[in-house]
Structure formats: structure tokens, C-alpha cells
Design a protein around this ligand. Structure first.
Ligand code: CA
Ligand code: CA
Length: 141
């Protein structure tokens, strides 16, 4: 392996550590539950402030945005955060204003408008429009 690493370094060619082209192979998979095929997991963050990462889900037919509260890998409850037009897709979550609370990134698949919902836990506090991109462009988390 060191010979091939040295060869890769001197030739500036990619070096692979034996990881499949699909990424690292997980050592363990934990089932956390089932959701409808119309629901998509689109982000994560600690929405109830308990120190555990929660899962952000959107129903692609109704626009309903739900958070699954997790305790590690165990589902412990949920809250409906909002229902938005079906053209408004959640595409991720992160703390964009530095208040320690996760915010939600959304993209309008009709207008191309991209916005951030600044959240106070599970409550939508305010909206910041960050720009408009062609609808073919997608923000990925
Ligand atoms: Ca949490
Ligand atoms: Ca925040």
C-alpha cells in the first residue's frame, strides 16, 4: 500500500484506500423507522435543543415539513413545523445566523428563489432570501 501511495504522490494520480467508489462502507446500519415514499429526509439538526441531532422530513405531495426528534438512533417523537406549497422544497439545514439553532434552506422549484428560514427551535422566526438560480440548479446538503 505504501508503494502505491508513493507512486500516486509522485505521479499526482488519485490514490484509493480500498474504499469503494460509492464511499466508505458503513460498519453498522441501524433502522430508525419507515416513512411514506412521498416523504424525503432532507436535513438534520438539533431542533429541540436537547443535544441530539434530529431529522428533517418533507412530504413532497403536501409540502408538510416535519422534524423527527431522535435520541441517538432512536425516534422519540415528531412535530409538524410547517406546510408550504409543494413547489417549495427543503434542501438542507444548518445554523446560518450563528445562534446555535438549525435553520432550514428552501428552494422554489418554479421561480428558482432560494431562501433560508431562520428558526427558533421548531418555530419559523424569519426568512432571508439568498438569491435566485435557474430551477435546474439544486442546492444539495
Ligand atoms: Ca434534538
Ligand atoms: Ca440559526
Amino acid at each position: 500500500m505504501l508503494d502505491s501511495l508513493e507512486s500516486a504522490l509522485t505521479s499526482k494520480q488519485p490514490f484509493h484506500l480500498g474504499v469503494s467508489s460509492f464511499g466508505p462502507v458503513p460498519s453498522e446500519t441501524v433502522k430508525i423507522g419507515k416513512i411514506s415514499t412521498t416523504h424525503q429526509i432532507l436535513g438534520s439538526g438539533d431542533f429541540n435543543g436537547d443535544g441530539n441531532i434530529d431529522i428533517l422530513i418533507q412530504d413532497t405531495t403536501t409540502g408538510g415539513i416535519t422534524v423527527w426528534y431522535m435520541d441517538g438512533t432512536t425516534y422519540v417523537g415528531s412535530d409538524r413545523l410547517a406546510t408550504v406549497p409543494a413547489s417549495l422544497h427543503v434542501c438542507g439545514a444548518g445554523d446560518f445566523n450563528g445562534d446555535g439553532k438549525p435553520d432550514i434552506i428552501l428552494q422554489d422549484t418554479v421561480t428558482g428563489e432560494r431562501k433560508i428560514w431562520l428558526m427558533d427551535g421548531k418555530n419559523h422566526d424569519s426568512t432571508v432570501t439568498v438569491g435566485t438560480l435557474p430551477v435546474e440548479w439544486q442546492i444539495v446538503d
